[in-house]
Structure formats: C-alpha cells, structure tokens
Design a protein around this ligand. Structure first.
Ligand SMILES: [Zn+2]
Length: 59
C-alpha cells in the first residue's frame, strides 16, 4: 500500500483525544458556522478537525 508521507496532516493540528478535537471543532463551528468533523488520522494517530469528507458517488 502506497501512502504519501504526512500529506494529509501536514500543517494540521493534532489532538491526543477525540474530546480535545471536538472542543476545537465546536469552537470553529461557532466562529465560522461551517460543517466540520473530527477524525482520527492514520498517519500520526492523532485527531484532526477538518471538513466533512465528500461522499463518493458511484455512477
Ligand atoms: Zn495526522
């Protein structure tokens, strides 16, 4: 399996727990009113806050 090194989380802030990430997520949503999600990163094993992944459409 080929993985690009740290591509998805470079420059992103990582949180050790989902609770910490969720706190940040709520703060960002309160500021910008955007839809965000917390997810665990498989690269750094931390939690990130990011935009919701777009659903993959099947034709
Ligand atoms: Zn990461």
């Amino acid at each position: 399996m080929i993985e690009t090194k740290g591509r998805s989380c470079k420059g992103k802030r990582g949180y050790p727990t989902s609770t910490a990430a969720d706190t940040q997520r709520r703060d960002l949503i309160a500021r910008g009113g955007v839809r965000l999600a917390t997810y665990r990163c498989r690269h750094c094993k931390r939690w990130h806050v990011g935009h919701l992944p777009k659903p993959r459409r099947t034709r």
